[in-house]
Design a protein around this ligand. Structure first.
Ligand SMILES: NC(=O)c1ccc[n+]([C@@H]2O[C@H](COP(=O)([O-])OP(=O)(O)OC[C@H]3O[C@@H](n4cnc5c(N)ncnc54)[C@H](OP(=O)(O)O)[C@@H]3O)[C@@H](O)[C@H]2O)c1
Length: 215
């Protein structure tokens, strides 16, 4: 599958590597695809993976992953061209983190709205599924922790898009994701990350992940 990844930071690179390792054809989007640091990183990757503009990644991708800085998400969508999202699964890994008061962060949108809902409103023809936002980038493609397999929680309005995400998650070794409903449930998935950061800081471990134990 052709996957366009809109974001060249740690998340874009981790997911890009992961999807390419699973045999997908990946293009990572950036404002500056030619920058040396990104080109150097590209040389360390394996499989079908390239770098381009946000517009090129969005045009090429049959499935799109949105992973820019939360505050830049709306700008990145405009740079990518809203028409290039129509009819596509859009995996939203962003978080609306507000670092204006330092660490730990707050949220710049919530809890009566969410960044995922803003994105879905900007892209009414796209099937936005919130996924991956609740774990560290290293855990996204490697969910097996020392203490067991982490859980992934997802939400979105389109049932078939969520099933497609569940299949992609399986390729990375995740179990069946916990689907908490429509895209407005992203309010709580995004708010959870503010808690996650506080837990990670307290434990001094940035790859902690949630496992919901069943009785
Ligand atoms: N880091 C994690 O472990 C983690 C885990 C879960 C969720 N998330 C979320 O995933 C997203 C990506 O996080 P990240 O750590 O990979 O990197 P990041 O530093 O939050 O984002 C990097 C990306 O944002 C783009 N960007 C920054 N400012 C921009 C602007 N003004 N206009 C357009 N694009 C802009 C950069 O563009 P260029 O390519 O042009 O530099 C780059 O592609 C964030 O929303 C974050 O909250 C992160």
């Amino acid at each position: 599958m052709k996957i366009g990844i809109l974001g060249s930071g740690p998340v874009g690179r981790s997911l890009g590597n992961g999807f390419a390792s699973n045999g997908h054809d990946v293009k990572i989007g950036s404002r500056s695809p030619g920058k040396q640091e990104l080109q150097d990183w590209l040389k360390t990757t394996k499989g079908k993976i390239s770098v381009g503009t946000f517009l090129e990644a969005a045009t090429q991708g049959e499935v799109l992953v949105l992973c820019p800085l939360g505050e830049a998400a709306e700008n990145v969508i405009k740079l990518a061209g809203t028409e290039n999202f129509v009819g596509k699964l859009v995996i939203d890994a962003t978080n609306p983190l507000d670092f204006s008061k330092g660490m730990p962060p707050g949220l710049f949108v919530g809890t009566t709205d969410s960044l995922a809902e803003r994105i879905q409103r900007m892209l009414p023809g796209a099937k936005v599924v919130k996924c991956f936002n609740m774990v560290n980038n290293q855990t996204m493609t490697n969910p097996r922790m020392k203490e067991g397999l982490a859980d992934m929680v997802i939400c979105g309005n389109d049932e078939s898009a969520k099933r497609q995400v569940a299949e992609l998650l399986k390729e990375f070794g995740w179990g069946e994701p916990i689907d908490i409903g429509a895209i407005d449930s992203a309010r709580w998935l995004e708010a959870y990350v503010a808690l996650w950061v506080r837990v990670a800081m307290k434990l001094g471990n940035w790859t902690v992940a949630a496992k919901f134990l069943r009785s």
